[in-house]
Write a protein that binds this ligand. Structure first.
Ligand code: SF4
Ligand code: MG
Length: 326
């Protein structure tokens, strides 16, 4: 079956001017990314803040134009972003944001908020929209009387349930969750994670989970793509990534998960911060922070993908040489 989401060779570059002479430079926020996701699957896209993962979400939602490459959702080419049919875009992909406080209008009732996308696209009459709102409230585990209340009457976890209900009301095929639990109290994160997983199975939607937190990704994802400075550096199935991580960056992220099950791994602390995409390091972009960098890593081009297994690939010179030696 064709993938529900297919991203090929996606680049999103922003022009910026630097210095008093106004030299024009390109920020390579996303620099040649391929992704594919099937219905009923969750793909975890992980990396530190600034690696380009949120820009990929914005490109899929048509909020930023692609510099080059293609994005297809459910067979529709939506690469055109703003030029694409808004109805098509809205029914293809919807977003759940990090902060459920600021993404719900405090002046509106929950009924008005949830029915908003239906009204915007001229769907149903008032009774039909109310019925759909009630259906969504049930789906996310909220009581019917929530419809007449306002956002500030709910806790952070309840508000995130309402944001999920709003994202689902147009029956989208793909739901993108950008850090869906990082603004929430630790004690209620599991409830929201479980709700998203139940909805994925029940509705057969595809979930694109964007997070810096590999612990959250581990609980939700079937497949994982690890991003660094605008590129995917390793990708594979859950088992491949969590039991046999190949890229030094993935290993460092896994060893940073505060989970006793992973304590037997040698702690590989990450030094420094992610460099600016304005001025990426030469060679392997990860080399200034890589604990096992070799001389050859700081020169030449970024490593190409090496196939490690049927559902596993990574970009690192060590992976290339290990496979040659094997
Ligand atoms: Fe580290 Fe070199 Fe591999 Fe880059 S190519 S991740 S610097 S070992
Ligand atoms: Mg982000």
């Amino acid at each position: 079956a064709e993938a529900l989401l297919s991203v090929k060779g996606l680049k999103v570059h922003y022009p910026v001017r630097q210095g008093w002479r106004g030299r024009s430079l390109a920020v390579r926020a996303v620099d040649g990314v391929d992704l594919s996701l099937r219905a009923g699957q969750c793909l975890g896209l992980v990396g530190e803040s600034g690696c380009g993962k949120s820009t990929i979400a914005q490109a899929i939602l048509g909020l930023v134009p692609a510099t080059s490459g293609h994005i297809r959702v459910d067979g529709h080419d939506i690469t055109g972003g703003r030029r694409a049919d808004p109805m098509q875009l809205a029914r293809s992909a919807q977003m759940v944001f990090q902060d459920p406080m600021s993404s719900l209008n405090p002046r509106q009732t929950i009924r008005e908020i949830l029915a908003g996308p239906l009204r915007l696209h001229g769907m149903g009459n008032r009774d039909e929209r109310d019925a759909r709102v009630q259906e969504m409230l049930r789906l996310v585990g909220m009581k019917p009387d929530a419809a007449s209340r306002r956002p500030d009457e709910f806790s952070g976890g309840q508000r995130q349930r309402l944001c999920i209900a709003r994202a689902l009301i147009l029956n989208p095929k793909l739901v993108i969750c950008d850090e869906p639990v990082s603004a929430l109290d630790v004690s209620i994160r599991a409830q929201i994670i479980n709700l998203l997983l139940e909805l994925k199975d029940e509705l057969g939607i595809a979930l694109l989970l964007i997070s810096h937190d590999l612990g959250v990704v581990e609980h939700m994802s079937d497949r994982i793509a690890v991003m660094y400075l605008g590129r995917i550096v390793e990708e594979g199935g859950w088992r491949e990534i969590f039991t046999d991580p190949a890229h030094p960056y993935t290993r460092a992220l896994i060893s940073a998960i505060p989970d006793p099950l992973h304590r037997d791994q040698a702690p590989e602390r990450l030094r420094g911060e992610i460099p600016s995409p304005l001025n990426p390091p030469p060679g392997c972009a990860f080399h200034p922070r890589c604990p096992v960098a070799m001389d050859r890593c700081s020169a030449g081009a970024n490593p190409e993908f090496t196939t490690i297994g049927p559902d596993h690939r990574g970009r690192c010179h060590l992976i290339e040489s290990e496979l040659q030696d094997a």
